[in-house]
Write a protein that binds this ligand. Structure first.
Ligand SMILES: NC(=O)c1ccc[n+]([C@@H]2O[C@H](COP(=O)([O-])OP(=O)(O)OC[C@H]3O[C@@H](n4cnc5c(N)ncnc54)[C@H](OP(=O)(O)O)[C@@H]3O)[C@@H](O)[C@H]2O)c1
Length: 336
């Protein structure tokens, strides 16, 4: 009998011990109810932001996932049954579904969208044409208002969102400085992504390195928070803008992230700090996609995929992403 395997959230994880918090369950393949769509997943996207909704915190931008639920995450696959007239069997789709062989979704609640099946590598719908790319664009352009020739700093720069932010800023004519963990990642940034200077936060003095940027940092795309933000604040140019994209340094904690130690610099340098969340920008995303596609086709935007095979190996891929084992986008090939 064909069946559906899915990851169930049994407990709130402690740190990166996901094996104690999730279990792989089996069930019959679900049938879509009225208005629902059933998707056979090909790939799952491992996203740092999902770490927040498996904590008990109720003050995040998403409510916590109730214990006992199927784990929710971004999926890419084909529709196999639909009771929504807008989706038909065979459509290639992306949505917030479940970490499972089959995702059963309500199209509106899951953000279900058809994606272009003619893209040569359809994994790009998780890469250069995916939500990390839209996040990078929104943060740089709509939030940080970057301009050509400005100095743009990106943290977690060799990850999915960060590597796209580096390339988009470079393509817009900015000078890009990236912060990442380790020499291999820093080499990737400067040798393959056109980043002007890469800072290895595990070995370098980040604050000192940033103090050497001529003219200071005009815009900071922050994926990390904590010590990276503290290192950046005294090195911002006057009237600099900081787009707070994420706080990955503190996602494994159940307590609120403390404020920046160098808060004073916001006044002294007349800085603007704005937190942003992609869903608020999705209505504009249709405007970004043609440029992203053009850059993909011309080789001006690339994504390196860190692929794990097999739904049963999802937890290892997830922990790897959160602990920085990845360069680029971490995905799971559900089909094994
Ligand atoms: N606001 C939004 O709408 C939105 C949307 C998408 C993503 N995001 C945010 O974007 C950020 C990146 O997410 P992603 O899914 O693209 O993951 P990712 O960057 O591919 O992977 C996470 C990276 O975080 C870095 N990291 C982990 N712990 C760290 C620490 N303590 N200090 C510094 N760096 C650390 C690791 O790189 P190193 O080896 O360099 O440490 C790791 O590769 C997250 O903060 C996420 O919440 C926000």
């Amino acid at each position: 009998m064909p069946e559906n395997r899915y990851w169930r959230l049994d407990d709130h994880p402690h740190g990166n011990d996901f094996a104690a918090a999730f279990s792989l369950q089996h069930e019959p393949i679900p049938e879509p109810g009225p208005g629902q769509v059933l998707i056979q997943n090909s790939w799952l996207s491992m996203d740092a932001g999902t770490r927040m909704w498996i904590t008990p915190r109720t003050d995040g931008y998403q409510p916590p996932l109730p214990l006992g639920s199927k784990m929710v995450g971004l999926c890419l696959g084909h529709v196999v049954a639909s009771r929504d007239p807008n989706f038909t069997e065979g459509d290639l789709v992306r949505c917030f579904g479940q970490w499972a062989d089959y995702a059963l979704v309500d199209p509106a609640l899951s953000g279900l969208v058809k994606v272009d099946p003619s893209v040569a590598d359809i994994r790009e719908h998780f890469g250069t044409l995916g939500l990390n790319a839209l996040t990078a664009w929104a943060g740089l352009v709509d939030v940080a208002h970057v301009k050509p020739e400005e100095n743009v700093l990106v943290s977690a720069a060799a990850g999915a969102t960060g590597s796209l932010a580096c390339q988009i800023a470079r393509n817009l004519g900015c000078t890009v400085i990236g912060i990442a963990g380790g020499p291999e990642k820093c080499g990737y940034l400067t040798e393959e992504l056109g980043v002007a200077r890469a800072i290895d936060y595990k070995h370098d003095d980040v604050e000192k390195a940033l103090s050497e940027v001529p003219g200071g940092i005009n815009a900071y795309f922050d994926n990390v928070g904590g010590p990276m933000l503290d290192a950046a604040l005294p090195n911002m140019a006057h009237y600099g803008r900081i787009a707070i994209c994420g706080l990955v340094a503190t996602y494994d904690s159940d307590t609120p992230t403390p404020g920046p130690a160098r808060f004073d610099q916001i006044l002294m340098r007349r800085l603007t700090i704005t937190g942003f969340f992609l869903p608020d920008f999705l209505d504009r995303a249709a405007n970004y996609l043609p440029t992203l596609r053009e850059w993909l086709d011309s080789g001006k935007l690339v994504m390196r995929f860190d692929e794990t095979r097999g739904l049963e190996n999802t937890l290892s891929a997830y922990a790897g992403m959160l602990t920085g084992r990845n360069i680029g986008k971490v995905i799971v090939d559900v089909r094994g």
